[in-house]
Unconditional design. Structure first.
Length: 251
């Protein structure tokens, strides 16, 4: 092979590897942007039992999870015959490469006014209702409703990282402040729900520095798209609300 042919051969080889590298990097970037696998849009219907100030209550609950390519919304409602709507929550925001990115969180409790918190991603500020001074926004915060769906989406994406004993920290914005929530994965359990028996991974929120923070237990079912099949929230005074999944309606 003469020098001219050798030069042409090496030039073509370099070009080939350069083009191949570009395709690889583009594919890697796309994969990174879509690495979080959120569950399909669905309406989840729950049986509710609660103990509020010593009063045993039963009722129904609904979580309406809806996602598109770029946005999501979660509507949660707990009803009892005695109180009507006991708790109504709503979270709306964007879906980004890191997962859910809430922009608005609102909560309405029984006999209390609606409270809305706004997360301004552009100006990196959190606006609490009734507070004129905004707090700073780091960028990865969840709200008290989206945190469960962010957690289950992470587990659904990389289940190997959710082994027994593993801990997962998420910053969570509430109605008045922000707190670090740490979740610990417990053993898988076979539990009874309205849909029958199902294997579920138990995840508990660990004690917080905030003495008034409620505890939370979540059971996620891998066989049911990692939807939360059971949720129990307990207050320090002994009050609790427990949701057990009865029906799933995919959209």
């Amino acid at each position: 092979m003469n020098s001219h042919h050798r030069f042409s051969y090496y030039t073509k080889s370099v070009c080939f590897f350069a083009v191949a590298s570009c395709f690889f990097l583009q594919a890697f970037a796309v994969e990174n942007k879509t690495k979080i696998h959120h569950p399909p849009s669905a309406k989840l219907f729950y049986f509710i039992k609660a103990d509020i100030k010593g009063l045993n209550i039963e009722g129904s609950g609904l979580i309406d999870w809806d996602k598109s390519i770029e946005k999501y919304s979660i509507n949660s409602e707990t009803r009892t015959p005695l109180t009507g709507i006991l708790i109504a929550e709503k979270s709306e925001g964007l879906i980004e490469s890191t997962g859910l990115s809430p922009e608005i969180f609102s909560i309405k409790r029984f006999r209390k006014e609606l409270n809305t918190t706004r997360l301004d991603r552009k100006n990196r500020q959190i606006h609490y209702q009734g507070n004129a001074t905004p707090s700073s926004l780091e960028g990865n915060e969840q709200d008290r409703l989206s945190v469960v769906w962010q957690l289950l989406s992470l587990a659904r994406t990389t289940p190997t990282k959710f082994s027994v004993g593993s801990k997962h920290k998420l910053l969570v914005v509430g109605s008045h402040d922000i707190d670090a929530w740490i979740f610990e994965v417990k053993k898988s359990q076979r539990i009874q729900i309205g849909l029958g028996e199902v294997d579920a991974i138990s995840i508990n929120r660990l004690a917080s520095e905030n003495p008034d923070a409620p505890s939370m237990e979540i059971w996620l079912a891998p066989s049911l798209d990692w939807y939360p099949v059971k949720i129990r929230i307990s207050e320090k005074n002994g009050d609790y609300v427990e949701q057990s999944l009865e029906k799933i309606e995919k959209k």
